[in-house]
Design a protein around this ligand. Structure first.
Ligand SMILES: [Zn+2]
Length: 230
């Protein structure tokens, strides 16, 4: 078996569930029924039925405390689909010139259709990138879930310099805002003010002030100056 081998019996729906659990865990969340139902946009009752099937297939486990975890095989499949998704995003932006803010949505259509053969070729053409265009690690290519020397922007202090490492990718309007303000991975920023009492973080990017809500800032990772990139 090589990296990203596709198992023909794995359906798109199963891949989506496993991917959802994996991505919540990647953010450091413990996964429970209601959170997973939110993530896959279905009712809790539907998720219960699906979890039974996934458990019977040896892909997930539900612990005594009702936490949902992936088995080793479930993790392998989740990593494979996440890798295809993030490679597809790179392909869309770098090879096809699709707007950065559209890549995440568009990649959902590609992730299930990429065969192991195409995946390997794509990875090769793209140079085995460690991260997706939003800074998330591509499983198997050396990216890290919690890169050293990084922290959430909400935990930065005023006056600090840094480089954007990762931005949240789910909200397309927010991505458009990031793109309009050049708030993207690899961009140098100056943190002007972190004001929890106002609920804002103010950055200077290329001489322009950008004000973010604390919640958005908490989902952005910044790298300290001088630290090596992921
Ligand atoms: Zn994505």
């Amino acid at each position: 078996m090589y990296l990203g081998e596709r198992r023909p019996e794995i359906s798109t729906v199963v891949e989506n569930y496993l991917q959802a659990v994996y991505k919540l865990q990647e953010r450091g969340e413990r996964v429970f029924l209601s959170r997973l139902a939110d993530a896959v946009h279905v009712s809790a009752a539907t998720v219960v039925g699906m979890l039974k099937r996934l458990a019977a297939q040896g892909l997930v486990q539900v612990t005594e405390s009702k936490e949902i975890t992936l088995t080793r095989r479930g993790t392998e499949i989740a990593e494979s689909v996440v890798r295809r998704h993030r490679l597809a995003e790179r392909m869309l932006v770098e090879l096809l010139g699709i707007a950065w803010h559209r890549a995440h949505e568009e990649a959902h259509r590609f992730e299930h259709a990429i065969s192991p053969h195409v995946e390997e070729k794509l990875a090769q053409v793209l140079g085995y990138p460690a991260t997706c265009p939003f800074g998330n690690p591509i499983p198997g290519y050396g990216g890290q879930v919690s890169p050293p020397d990084t922290r959430p922007l909400s935990e930065a202090t005023g006056g600090e310099e840094g480089t954007i490492e990762r931005v949240p990718e789910e909200d397309q309007q927010l991505l458009e805002f990031f793109e309009a303000n050049n708030l993207k991975p690899g961009v140098a920023v100056h943190v002007k003010e972190v004001a929890p009492y106002k609920g804002t973080v103010t950055l200077s990017i290329g001489g322009q002030d950008v004000v973010l809500g604390t919640q958005v800032a908490a989902a952005i990772l910044v790298r300290a100056p001088g630290a090596k990139s992921n």
